[in-house]
Write a protein that binds this ligand. Structure first.
Ligand code: 5RP
Length: 212
């Protein structure tokens, strides 16, 4: 299914653009296809060191977002997607760079399989990247919001920070939840993509790829 939706995403990528590239196994399938098919790009802006390594191995130039300017297109996966194309992301701990690239892109195409579709976000524990010294403080504030914070031990993000995964949330108002978690001192980013949802979601189903 990941291969199927990656192949569909490839059709959305014009030649010779600077492409924003996300992180995760679905995006890895896309990178593999790009390499196999000799996809021509002017360069890529990558959301993680892991993705950058794969892109460089495939012969693509990885550019700095500070010199690329606004991006025409960003392609990335997600952990959950609601009917309004709001997302939970960060299962791969790349949420901060992913959110920056999504914000800097005119178009964000998200690629998932049907198991990621939900009516209400929150069954997947919500990742929150935190400054290490603030971890316990942030966890206490997340408890007050009704969540069950769990420290993702042994994970350090590409930015040198830590990750808390918040379970037991039913996110009926993703915009408000994104704003309130982002407002906690010590939070770098919450993996809720509601202020900047996907513009288009390609969903791999047993009957083929469906577009939201
Ligand atoms: C990484 C992410 C990924 O997009 C998300 O975890 C989905 O990954 P996969 O394609 O492996 O299911 O947000 O931080």
């Amino acid at each position: 299914m990941k291969h199927q939706v990656a192949a569909a995403a490839l059709q959305h990528i014009p030649d010779d653009i600077v492409l924003g590239v996300g992180t995760g196994s679905t995006v890895n399938a896309l990178i593999r296809l790009m390499c196999e098919q000799g996809k021509r790009l002017a360069g890529c802006v990558s959301s993680s060191e892991a993705t950058s390594a794969l892109l460089r191995d495939g012969g693509y130039e990885v550019m700095d977002l500070n010199s690329s300017g606004e991006l025409a297109l960003y392609v990335d996966g997600a952990d959950e997607c609601d009917p309004n194309r709001c997302l939970i992301k960060g299962g791969g701990a790349a949420l901060t760079r992913e959110k920056i690239i999504a914000a800097a892109s005119r178009r964000f195409v998200c690629i998932i399989d049907a198991s990621k579709q939900v009516e209400v976000l929150g069954a997947f524990p919500l990742p929150v990247e935190v400054i290490p010294m603030a971890r316990s403080h942030v966890a206490r504030q997340l408890l007050k919001l009704g969540g069950e914070p769990m420290w993702r031990e042994n994970v350090i993000t590409d930015n040198g920070n830590q990750v808390i995964d918040v379970g037991r949330l039913e996110i009926h108002d993703p915009l408000a939840m994104e704003d309130s978690i982002n407002g906690i001192a010590g939070v770098v980013t919450v993996g809720l993509f509601a202020r900047r949802p996907a513009d288009q979601v390609l969903v791999a189903t047993a009957d083929g790829v469906v577009t939201l």
